[in-house]
Structure formats: C-alpha cells, structure tokens
Design a protein around this ligand. Structure first.
Ligand code: ATP
Length: 247
C-alpha cells in the first residue's frame, strides 16, 4: 500500500528532549474516516504525538505525511490550514459570546484581523453554523451566552468551532474528562457521527468510552507502540495487560 491510501502516515517519528526519547521511531497509519484512539500509561508519549502532528513540537527525526504533504516542515498555522484541527483538554471558547457567535467567528473567512473587519454573515456561514450546531447537539442553545453552558456543552462547542473549519483530521485530547455519564454517551455518539466525514484521533483513558468509539486502538508505552488493533485484540494482549496492571 502506498502512502496515498492513508490520510495520515507517520513514519519513524522521534523526538528527544535532552536525549530522552518521548516518542521513539513511531510508525502509524490512519485511514480516511477512521476513528483511532491512543491509549497508554501516563508519560507514554500520547500528547507529544499530537503535539508533533499539529506542529507544536518539532520532531528530531522521521516523517508525518498528511494527504502526502510533509507536515514536519510546516508551521502550526500552515498545518491548520492544510486541514488538521486540534482540541486541547481545556475549552477555549469565548464565554461572553453566544454559541452562534462562537461558531461564526470560527468560520475560516472570519479569522484574523483583516478577515473579521471584512466579515459579513452570509448564507453559507449561517448554513454551516446550523449544521455544526446540530452535530454538537447545541441547536437549542444557539442564542445562549456560552458561559451558561454546562462543562460538557462547552467541550462540544469547542469541537464545533473546529468543525467550522471542516478539518479532514481532528485530534482530541481526553474529550470526556469531567463529563457526566450521560454526556459521555452523547459525546460517543457525536464522535461516531463526525468521523463519517473525516478522520479522528482521540487520546483517552476511560476504557468504557474507548470501546464505544474506537475503530482501532494504538497502545503507547515509553514512546513506542506496544500494541495496535481492534479494542478486543488489544485488551487481550499480554504486554498491554502487564503495562496496565503495573507488574
Ligand atoms: N517539552 C518537553 N520537554 C521535556 N520533556 C517532555 C516535554 N514534553 C513531554 N515531555 C516528556 O515526554 C514524556 C511523554 O509525555 P506525554 O505528555 O506525551 O505523555 P502522555 O502519554 O500524554 O501522558 P499523560 O497521559 O500523562 O498525558 C513524559 O516523560 C514527559 O515528561
């Protein structure tokens, strides 16, 4: 299979911090419309992998190809523009704006100083806002000030703000942290819905949640892949059991 069959092809990716390899010769391929979950004990390198993909951290060696474009040579900004969206753990929404406005300002043309000055609410933007609001279950809250949303709804809004840019690859770091059981179920449905049109990489510790969303799971340990495959296979893997039970 050539690299062009994958949305994302990570090959021999390594990053050293003062000689310590946080990610060590990692090779991983993500398919179109795949939902991949990265799991692993604390310090395994999960966040660093996402930092490398979005350009926040520069690699020491190796390659990251997104639709066959080499990302390791691009700036964070260029990576976003090429179609990679990243959500960090803490929501960064504009609390004093309505849900509608938060989505609206995230529309690519409305971005930047020049963009916001010349920005007009067009039908295209409005249609996108409404579609995204539906995807993130916030249609009824479009006019509400975002500060008044629940913690879970704020997380969904931030996912929505990323969806406004129609990323082909979306990366989420522990999206259900702090959510209620019901919100977790709803988030699983949300993710299953949005990966129909894009690839998604999620870092997650909650194994019940992982089971509900993962097409495939990659287990990281000390910067390397310990196991990879469907959840049932990975859960039964002796190396994985060993690492998780800490023997
Ligand atoms: N900028 C940095 N400088 C030095 N060391 C770093 C840096 N970023 C990460 N590390 C180290 O790399 C290792 C991997 O960290 P990382 O945050 O990627 O792990 P993780 O799997 O996401 O863990 P957690 O589940 O706790 O978030 C850790 O030992 C961490 O201390």
């Amino acid at each position: 299979m050539s690299n062009t069959d994958f949305v994302l092809a990570v090959e021999d990716l390594t990053v050293s911090f003062d000689g310590f390899k946080a990610v060590d010769s990692l090779t991983m391929y993500i398919d179109k419309n795949e939902l991949r979950v990265l799991v692993g004990p604390n310090g395994a390198g999960k966040t660093t992998v996402l930092d490398l993909i979005c350009g926040k951290t520069k690699s020491t060696a190796g390659s990251i190809k997104f639709n066959n474009t080499e990302l390791t040579k691009l700036s964070e900004h260029e990576i976003v523009r090429s179609g990679v969206g990243r959500k960090f753990q803490n929501p960064s929404i504009y609390e004093n704006l309505s849900v509608y406005q938060n989505l609206e300002v995230s529309y690519p043309k409305g971005r930047g100083v020049f963009g916001s000055l010349t920005f007009k609410r067009t039908k295209e933007v409005e249609d996108r806002v409404r579609k995204v609001a539906e995807d993130i279950m916030l249609t009824e809250f479009l006019d509400m000030e975002s500060a008044l949303l629940s913690h879970g709804q704020k997380q969904w809004l931030e996912i929505g703000m990323l969806l406004m840019q129609e990323p082909e690859l979306l990366m989420l770091d522990e999206p259900v942290a702090g959510m209620s059981a019901k919100e977790r179920d709803q988030t699983a449905e949300l993710l299953n819905r949005i990966c129909q049109n894009r690839s998604v990489i999620v870092i997650e510790h909650d194994m019940e949640f992982v089971k509900k969303i993962a097409h495939k799971v990659t287990v990281l340990h000390q910067g390397k892949i310990l196991a990879e495959g469907p959840m049932e296979k990975v859960q039964a893997d002796e190396k994985v059991i060993e690492v998780y039970l800490g023997h």
